[in-house]
Design a protein around this ligand. Structure first.
Ligand SMILES: [Fe+2]
Length: 278
């Protein structure tokens, strides 16, 4: 298997950008975190072919926040694709990113199809204006079913902000996708779906879903506290932030790596001239 045939899709999520570097929740430097992940992605060898950003691009849906985001993304040397999350505002997102034609493929919803080499990208809009939970109506699911039927053998990543599964983190599950079964019914009919990729949870999780694998990405700035109590408090923390790197090859399909953004000690060699270091 040669590296040349691999397609690399980086997934970053939940940027929660505020205007001009204002801290989110008076604590988190989300713009600084975005700059760090951009530097990390630009420096990766081999460099990812594309970057998908699975929603919560900004924190309050303000035009000024999208402008700050747009400026920061200018230093990303890799093509990127935007999805809407529950913190986003479709109108403001389109106004500031008017130069991203895929955002206008559908009228009401920010749903789009794109591609990265042989891989097909299908983005759903699971947002409900002014609400934290997600939903997919018949129109949105009908679009997905039609798009999947159009290219039934092409490997495809389906993406949406809200995960179609229960995480076990009580306060996040109370703002879940309300009708995951309806999505599952569509996905199950289309075995070319290599992954269902989400954000929202600010933690990485993986689960069998409708004959494929559904994954959520960690946050690029703050993480949701790991707390599986039903009544656990809605808290975030500054555990190591991360992103997912999906590597596709024709003979194996997709393997998903979780990567941290900050630098840590190392690398150190396993071996020296005498073999494995004792
Ligand atoms: Fe988020």
């Amino acid at each position: 298997m040669s590296n040349q045939q691999a397609v690399l899709v980086a997934q970053i999520s939940d940027l929660h950008i505020k205007a001009h570097g204002k801290l989110s929740y008076r604590k988190v430097d989300t713009l600084g975190a975005l700059r760090k992940v951009i530097a990390r992605l630009n420096a990766l060898q081999p460099r990812p072919d594309t970057v998908v950003i699975t929603g919560d691009l900004v924190d309050f849906g303000h035009e000024s926040e999208y402008q700050t985001l747009k400026e920061a993304l200018q230093s990303l040397d890799i093509p990127f694709w935007l999805l809407a999350g529950n913190h986003d505002d479709r109108q403001m997102m389109r106004r500031v990113f008017a130069d991203q034609p895929y955002l206008f493929q559908q009228q009401e919803f920010i749903q789009w199809e794109g591609e990265c080499g042989p891989l097909r990208l299908l983005a759903l809009d699971s947002t409900v204006p002014q609400q934290p939970q997600g939903a997919l109506c018949a129109e949105r699911l009908g679009w997905l079913a039609e798009r999947l039927s159009a290219e039934p053998t092409r490997p495809t990543l389906v993406m949406l902000h809200h995960p179609p599964f229960i995480s076990g983190i009580g306060h996040m599950d109370r703002q879940r996708l309300v009708n995951p079964q309806a999505l599952a019914e569509v996905i199950a009919r289309h075995p070319q779906v290599e992954r269902v990729l989400c954000g929202h949870l600010h933690r990485s999780m993986h689960i069998n879903f409708a004959g494929t694998l559904a994954c959520s990405a960690p946050g690029v700035s703050h993480q949701v506290v790991f707390d599986l109590r039903e009544e656990g408090i809605a808290n975030f923390c500054l555990e190591p932030a991360g992103f997912l790197l999906h590597r596709w090859t024709a003979d194996q399909g997709v393997i998903t790596h979780q990567c941290v953004i900050d630098a840590f000690d190392g690398p150190y060699p396993f071996y020296d001239e005498n073999g494995l270091i004792d």
